[in-house]
Design a protein around this ligand. Structure first.
Ligand code: GTP
Ligand code: SPV
Ligand code: MN
Length: 586
């Protein structure tokens, strides 16, 4: 008798017709063999062995450098269950359309079977997935990003409790690229891309799209959130989870070197992209990081902005689509002030300054989380860490103040559901366009977003003490077009204000959108920033917010009667506060 996993592997092999099947055990010998093969077939370029031991550069096909949201589908029986913000196909139609593309797609190639655990190997909250792929690069990345190989097979045993994901790079033709999710049967099919979230199926496909569906069924949360611990001078650590859209600062916030370290405030990393959160028996919300590594944005990363990751990247790291110096070291825009002479761009061509960037704007590094000096001693705690605050945030040149606090859980869910952000290079398409991205989950919610809002609303009251909900914006710009706030390690000042609010210490002014800090309640010592700049950062502009209010109304209309009534009421209340028809005090 074969196990459910063996049956699915056999069935997949009959369809894709590989010349060889390789079951990955995650061992050192295995990765060395794969690395040798990838160096030989030029999938990998070896980096400087002295300064970057065990580090490799991968150049992906130039048509395959970011997630492709337009080619990503949620395949449910009823279209309404995918909702107005997702692309939809009926499961039978999707399979009929895409099965022929898988037919024989692995001819002459090796099929790798990659069992993996999302979450610490010994956590009751962790889950097993198995990815079938014909990409050795995917295998190498999955080995860093998840607990991969024997450990996962041991956890699975002969059980059918795993999320299968079938992946092939096929011919990398965007015309024949599909990222399909079947949440009703917990299945993933991905073809035609070898990049990041399209191909590392444990990440966005399983840990967000499929898991968000499971989480709603089972009363937990799967969110596009970093998890950090803020240590105070007494040594007490308060855990916070923050949802910012792709390339909007999660990794950097989670790994920051605190500007207030001399005052005893430090930040510890639990996770940088995804949080799975369950209600524990004591009524707290417990978060685990389902991932084991960071697939982080390279451009803008340097020894000042993120020293922790910069030192982590000096060994056992995969770089994708970065530039290469003449001493075989990785390079990207924002690493240091000027491009060194003799640079090779991400296409592998000699670089000429002033033209296109040397590194792709969505170039990335893949590195084990344990390699960061900022990693929390509790990052693999099987019970998770208790969350005291949620932080929503986006990239907004205007409108959103540096930080504000919601009035209560319901209002906080409204704040999250109305989040907006300027688009980035993390997905294909125009960059810098403001769009609604609720809870940073627009591209990742595996079901109708109206139901997702309802799920959020229902979670707060189930908790003994619901986390406070804040909103931040590190990206507000002044009249000169420059960022007003220094960001990065200085963001700890905002985290400290949140901690002080949680503990009832910090002052705030009530505005129509929420509580903003009294300027003197922010710890600004050691930072040279003018009072005018702080005032501008905290300003709630009536005109901007009137426009915002309208945009929210339009966005909510998409969901029709499926939108939870509480959000309609929150929207109405915001309108009233903005027009001054209700007094500010509550
Ligand atoms: P994904 O991995 O795509 O989900 O992105 P992320 O949310 O983890 O974003 P990340 O921390 O990698 O930051 C993306 C870009 O924003 C990088 O170029 C950073 O340098 C820049 N960035 C991050 N934090 C700040 C900040 O506080 N201020 C400013 N100005 N830029 C920031
Ligand atoms: C994101 O786009 O939010 C990422 C990168 O974290 S990817 O894994 O490509 O989705
Ligand atoms: Mn992300």
């Amino acid at each position: 008798m074969s196990t459910p996993l063996e049956s699915w592997v056999e069935e997949s092999a009959r369809l894709t017709k590989p010349s060889k099947i390789s079951w990955c055990d995650g061992s050192q010998a295995e990765i060395e063999r794969l690395t040798d093969e990838m160096l030989r077939d030029k999938t990998f370029v070896g980096l400087n062995r002295k300064t970057y031991p065990n580090c490799y550069l991968h150049r992906s096909n130039p048509n395959d450098v970011a997630r492709t949201e337009g080619l990503t589908f949620i395949c449910t029986h009823k279209k309404e269950d995918a909702g107005p913000t997702n692309n939809w196909m009926a499961p039978a139609d999707a399979k009929e359309k895409v099965r022929p593309l898988f037919d024989g797609c692995m001819k002459g190639r090796t099929m790798y079977v990659v069992p993996y655990i999302m979450g610490p190997a010994n956590s009751p909250y962790s889950k097993v997935g198995v990815e079938i792929t014909d990409s050795a690069y995917v295998v190498a990345n999955m080995r860093i990003m998840s607990r991969m190989g024997k450990v996962a097979l041991d956890r699975l045993g002969s059980s059918s409790d795993f999320v299968p994901g079938l992946h092939s790079v096929a011919d990398l033709n965007p015309e024949r690229r599909f990222i399909l999710h079947f949440p009703e049967e917990k299945l993933i099919w991905s073809i035609g891309s070898g990049y990041g979230g399209n191909a590392l199926l444990g990440k966005k496909c399983f840990a967000l799209r499929i898991a968000s569906w499971m989480a709603r069924e089972q009363s937990w949360m799967a969110e596009h959130m970093l998890i950090l611990g803020l240590e105070d001078p007494s040594g007490k650590v308060t855990y916070m989870a923050a949802a910012f859209p792709s390339a909007c600062g999660k990794t950097n916030l989670a790994m920051m070197v605190s500007a207030l370290e001399s005052q005893g405030y430090r930040v510890w990393t639990i996770g940088d992209d995804i949080a799975w959160m369950h209600i524990a028996e004591d009524g707290t919300l417990r978060a685990i990081n389902p991932e084991a590594g960071f697939f982080g944005v390279a451009p803008g990363t340097n020894v000042k902005t993120n020293p922790n990751v910069m030192s982590a990247l000096h060994h056992d790291t995969i770089f994708t689509n970065v530039a290469l110096t003449d001493s075989q070291e990785p390079w990207w825009e924002g690493m240091d002030s000027a491009a060194p002479a003799g640079l090779t761009d991400w296409h592998g061509n000699s670089y000429t300054s002033g033209k296109a960037p040397a590194a792709h704007p969505n170039s990335r590094y893949t590195v084990r989380a344990s390699q960061s000096a900022s990693i929390s001693s509790r990052w693999e705690d099987p019970a998770g860490v208790p969350i005291s605050a949620f932080i929503f945030g986006g990239r907004r040149a205007r409108v959103a103040p540096l930080v504000y606090e919601s009035y209560d859980w319901q209002h906080g869910v409204f704040v999250g559901s109305t989040m907006a952000s300027e688009t980035t290079a993390a997905a294909t398409g125009a960059v810098g366009v403001t769009r609604r991205d609720p809870m940073a989950m627009l591209p990742f919610c595996g079901y109708n977003m109206a139901d997702y809002f309802g799920h959020w609303l229902s979670m707060g009251p189930k908790l003994k003490k619901a986390p406070k909900i804040f909103h931040v914006n590190w990206f507000r710009r002044g009249a000169d077009g420059k960022f007003l706030w220094p960001g990065y390690g200085e963001n700890v000042r905002v985290l400290k204000w949140m901690l002080d609010r949680i503990e009832g210490r910090a002052g705030a002014n009530e505005t129509a959108v929420g509580f903003v800090p009294k300027p003197n309640s922010l710890t600004l010592d050691g930072l040279s920033i003018s009072r005018e700049t702080i005032d501008e950062l905290l300003r709630v502009d009536a005109g901007d917010w009137a426009d915002e209010d309208q945009a929210v109304g339009k966005f909510f209309e998409k969901f029709g009667s499926r939108l939870p009534a509480a959000l309609g009421e929150q929207h109405k209340a915001l309108g009233e506060r903005l027009s001054g028809s209700s007094v500010a005090t509550r």
